[in-house]
Design a protein around this ligand. Structure first.
Ligand code: UDX
Length: 452
């Protein structure tokens, strides 16, 4: 029997990187390749069971940690991570090389550019996988190149193929370079050797970021947009072939969510979530609480366990009629539910793509890193949501939150946003359908790789 081409896919151990890289792996498996997702030991204890049988193998190699790590500890250990994973990845490749399934290619998280050097020692080629938008990455690239310098001298930044970006539209790591220097270095380092790679994958789709993708192509970067990496069962309800879809690092409480949503009318619920990493200040949490309550809409709010102590006392009793708070959910399942009328989001790139692909308009409340740029595009480029304005203390007040929710959810005012959301939903599905821009890119990659 012919041996399948074996591809290793190695994500950085956080939810927002694992999700798109796992979904991409599954897509590669449907194209006839053997795929192993090489996760690292940080997530060993927090991994919830993969739902359904997996078409993708999962292997865990050491990154020097065995625990549920916080953002802070991950950032503090960036160098250790590189040293340990370089070594354990090399050992794993050696082991596979003397097995039935020697790897032919490695797709590595753009935060791990050194993985290419490791693979090349064994004669294996590789491609980085960019988990954030093309636009955000292009901004980082221009900073790396020195086209724009830090700290910023002008109130707006003009870059090719991009709308003018004000300071607060930029990644927080650029507008506030002293906030997390190791993280900024990590994002700038992703361009250290990227042009040595044979392909460059972006978790986006061409139609969504047309100008940026065209500019990048004009630079002759070998880029391939391969998104949205969302299971087909959500992009197209008729396809039921994709039962297994996620590797959660938190335990979802789906029974409660779906039972509750099933009892609500179409488009009547605000889904609120700030992803897997962002942490809101206590004052902000209080304003958000009352903003949601005062909107008088139903709301489903994901408050991770570590954040729940910031909820006002007696809050849960007070909102019992209108709101449901859970510590994690299966976000795609929630966003796809007909009861959801609006997504109040931190604008993480996955959440943004998921909302766009499922046609849900957004209230954008960016927190850090790439999220302000995503919020700019949500409100002003794709026109699928409103962005919350912060007061002089940097807080989104309850009045502003209530106002923005009403903008999106109320019939007349939210009409244009809802129409645009439907348009992007259709374009997202087309990109992933057979012959669509992303599907073609994946097909071409696999065909070339198998032929190498
Ligand atoms: C972070 C960054 O914010 C993001 O911009 C970057 O590109 C990746 O790392 P995170 O903050 O967790 O990720 O946000 P996001 O990118 O939106 O990813 C969160 C993922 O968790 C999404 O795929 C979402 O569907 C999932 N999720 C979130 C759940 O499944 N359940 C939840 O309750 C909340």
């Amino acid at each position: 029997m012919e041996r399948k081409t074996h591809i290793l896919v190695i994500p950085y151990p956080v939810q927002g990187h694992i999700n798109p890289m796992l979904q991409f792996s599954k897509r590669l498996a449907t194209k006839g390749t053997r795929v192993t997702l090489v996760a690292t030991s940080t997530i060993r204890n927090s991994m919830q069971a993969l739902q359904g049988a997996s078409s993708v193998n999962i292997e865990i190699i050491s990154d020097g940690s065995e625990g549920d790590e916080t953002v802070e500890s991950l950032i503090a250990t960036v160098d250790r991570f590189k040293d340990v994973v370089s070594q354990s990845l090399a050992e794993y490749i050696e082991k596979l090389n003397s097995s039935k399934y020697p790897p032919k290619f490695i797709v590595y998280d753009c935060a791990l550019p050194w993985a290419l050097d490791v693979a090349r020692k064994y004669g294996i080629d590789g491609a980085p996988f960019y988990t954030q938008s093309c636009a955000v990455n292009l901004v980082y690239y221009h900073f790396k190149k020195g086209t724009v310098r830090l700290p910023l001298e002008e109130p707006t930044v003009s870059l090719p193929s991009m709308p003018k970006l004000a300071i607060n539209d930029l990644s927080s790591l650029l507008s506030n370079p002293s906030s997390y220097p190791p993280l900024l270095n990590l994002f700038l380092d992703q361009f250290s050797n990227f042009l040595e790679a044979k392909w460059i994958f972006f978790s986006s789709f061409k139609e969504l970021e047309l100008e940026v993708v065209n500019w990048v192509a004009s630079q002759k970067w070998p880029i391939k947009t391969i998104g949205p990496t969302i299971p087909s069962m959500y992009l197209d309800k008729r396809l039921e072939d994709d039962k297994e879809y996620g590797l959660h690092l938190f335990k979802p409480d789906m029974d409660a969510c779906i039972k509750w949503l099933d009892r609500k009318e179409t488009n009547s619920v605000i889904y609120t979530s700030f992803g897997s990493l962002a942490s809101l200040g206590e004052e902000q949490m209080q304003e958000l609480t009352w903003g949601l309550k005062n909107s008088n809409c139903y709301f489903l709010w994901v408050v991770r366990e570590t954040e729940q102590k910031k909820l006002p006392t007696n809050f849960l009793q007070e909102i019992a009629e209108k709101g449901l708070v859970v510590s994690w959910c299966s976000q795609l399942e929630v966003l796809a539910h007909k009861a959801i009328g609006c997504f109040m989001t931190h604008c993480g790139w996955n959440s943004t793509l998921e909302a766009l692909s499922l046609g849900v308009p957004m209230v954008a409340m960016p927190q850090w890193t790439d999220q302000p740029t995503n919020a700019k595009f949500i409100a002003d480029v794709w026109k699928v949501g409103v962005r919350i304005k912060l007061d002089e203390r940097g807080i989104a007040t309850k009045e502003e939150i209530e106002f923005c929710i009403r903008e999106v959810i109320e019939e007349e005012r939210g009409k244009e946003m809802r129409m645009n959301s439907v348009k992007w939903k259709e374009l997202a599905k087309e990109a992933m359908d057979e012959g669509g821009s992303s599907d073609k890119n994946i097909e071409e990659f696999v065909a070339e790789l198998v032929g190498l």
